[in-house]
Ligand binder design. Structure first.
Ligand SMILES: *Cc1c(COP(=O)(O)O)cnc(C)c1O
Length: 239
């Protein structure tokens, strides 16, 4: 893991919090209705600790082994860990044991494995179902038309707690175009929500589309670059 200076992290974290508050105000939403996941993939444990010291409690990781290596030296911190990467069947056991949330669940086989492998001593694993809202095959997620079936199967798994929906749209330059897939996720959620399963969580919004996401109802934004700076090495996976 490359060590970068962590001095700018509290400043950039404060700037991201200010962006969230401004967007919530513009959207007429309560300031505390948008949670922040600090995406620390490819950042070192010292960067996570710097953000923790500035009050950040939820962190997102995309790569299982990298996350486990980072969690070890941070074990005394009560961090809420979110797995936001692409799930591989042979990695579900450590995901089930070492994370509080999984975003990007898009496969019933993965859901069953996570359910079976969630340690009994832990609360049910919180999950968001990933929806492919931009029709781009590289982005992962289930097609909107397939979400209802996956949802029905997942809510029957007792060691999973379905919190809502997640999406990772293709990048778009202007806010109007950014909002289209984010709005699609919200409308899909509105159609699928029931009193038993309200799907309160909309996990959407990254450094470049945070404002669009808050305007469209995001309840958890996943922000990496705007907090930690550019990642020290490149991401070749879709996420
Ligand atoms: C990397 C990543 C993010 C954060 O992206 P930034 O543009 O650095 O804010 C958010 N969500 C997912 C799924 C990611 O893989």
């Amino acid at each position: 893991m490359i060590t970068q200076s962590t001095a700018s992290i509290p400043v950039q974290l404060a700037a991201v919090r200010a962006r969230i508050l401004a967007a919530a105000r513009d959207a007429g939403r309560p300031p505390d209705s948008v949670g922040l996941i600090a995406v620390s993939k490819h950042q070192g444990a010292e960067a996570v600790r710097a953000a923790w010291d500035a009050g950040q409690r939820a962190f997102g990781e995309s790569y299982v082994q990298e996350a486990l290596d980072k969690q070890a030296p941070l074990a005394e911190l009560a961090i809420e860990w979110h797995f936001i990467g692409r799930i591989q069947a042979n990695k579900t056991r450590p995901i089930a044991a070492h994370f509080d949330w999984v975003h990007g669940l898009a496969d019933l086989g993965h859901a069953r494995r996570l359910n079976d492998q969630r340690p009994a001593a832990l609360a049910p694993l919180k999950v968001c179902l990933q929806v492919n809202t931009s029709g781009e095959s590289s982005k992962g997620g289930v097609a909107p038309a397939a979400v209802a079936d996956l949802l029905a199967a997942c809510v029957a798994l007792p060691r999973l707690q379905v919190m809502g929906l997640m999406t990772l749209p293709a990048p778009a330059a202007d806010v109007r175009r950014q909002r289209e897939p984010l709005r699609a996720l919200r409308l899909l959620r509105d159609r699928l929500a029931t009193p038993e399963h309200p799907l309160d969580c909309l996990s959407m919004g990254m450094s470049d589309d945070l404002e669009a996401a808050v305007l469209e109802g995001a309840t958890l934004v996943r922000i990496g670059t705007a907090i930690f700076g550019a990642r020290p090495y490149n991401d070749n996976a879709a996420h």
